[in-house]
Design a protein around this ligand. Structure first.
Ligand code: MN
Length: 249
């Protein structure tokens, strides 16, 4: 089995090192990853300047672009042979609920799925990514179960989140739905040393809610969360309702 491994925290991140290590016993690993932090770049594609690639280590290629750029380049040009799976992560931080709409980690797995290669996104909800190497063996076993299936669903990616607890204390694995997350106080308005106003998005408080089978609940209860995400965002229950709006010219 062949793997393309990427992330949004940059190729130096502990998380991608852990993921590459976890995948290594299962097949041939090639890393194509951003040269720097690209978190929250979502599904963005670099169109307005050229992308440069450099060989950072054997089997590790580094791109001065986004996670989606890495998947496009990896699958389109950089890898001698098409991988069977694209693995993205392990992200330093949770990608639960609404996070998936901002996440570069999830977007990389999504881009692979669009291009016809199954993708799995993995994220660690704990605070300290230095804890991640301890997860290597457990991740290997988890990946093996997912990857050895011949019936991996089309147009679907898996979004995996690991709880903050040490791997020995994990309660189990739950298949989950996306919960919701809202932030407050995460917009700062301030003044730079020259007296010019600026704004900074980030920090603040977040709160979550979701069904009992949500990803947030699983993580809260100490389980690994696995959410299937589909590329089709159409709201099917609303099609009929919207039809009754009788939109007309
Ligand atoms: Mn990240």
């Amino acid at each position: 089995m062949r793997f393309l491994v990427t992330n949004d925290d940059g190729f130096m991140a502990v998380g991608i090192r852990t993921l590459a290590q976890a995948a290594a016993p299962l097949g041939e690993v090639r890393v194509v990853a951003p040269d720097r932090e690209q978190s929250a770049t979502s599904h963005s594609l670099t169109l307005h300047y050229p992308l440069r690639v450099r060989q950072a280590e054997q089997y590790v290629q580094v791109v001065d672009g986004t996670p989606t750029d890495c998947v496009v380049l990896g699958l389109g040009e950089l890898l001698a042979e098409k991988p069977d799976f694209v693995l993205s992560g392990v992200n330093h931080g949770a990608n639960l609920g609404d996070d998936v709409l901002y996440s570069g980690t999830v977007a990389a797995a999504m881009e692979a799925t669009i291009l016809g290669i199954p993708g799995v996104a993995l994220s660690y909800t704990g605070r300290d990514p230095e804890n991640l190497p301890a997860w290597t063996e457990l991740l290997s076993r988890l990946l093996e179960q997912v990857l050895k299936r011949g019936d991996y669903p089309r147009d679907t990616l898996l979004n995996v989140n690991l709880p903050a607890s040490p791997p020995a204390d994990v309660k189990g694995i739950r298949v989950t739905t996306l919960g919701r997350r809202a932030y407050s106080g995460s917009l700062t308005r301030a003044y730079d040393p020259n007296g010019r106003e600026y704004f900074w998005i980030g920090g603040g408080q977040s709160r979550w809610w979701g069904a009992p089978d949500s990803d947030f609940q699983a993580i809260h209860d100490g389980f690994i969360s696995v959410t299937p995400l589909h590329l089709d965002l159409t709201s099917y229950p609303l099609l009929e309702d919207l039809g009754r709006w009788n939109l007309t010219l």
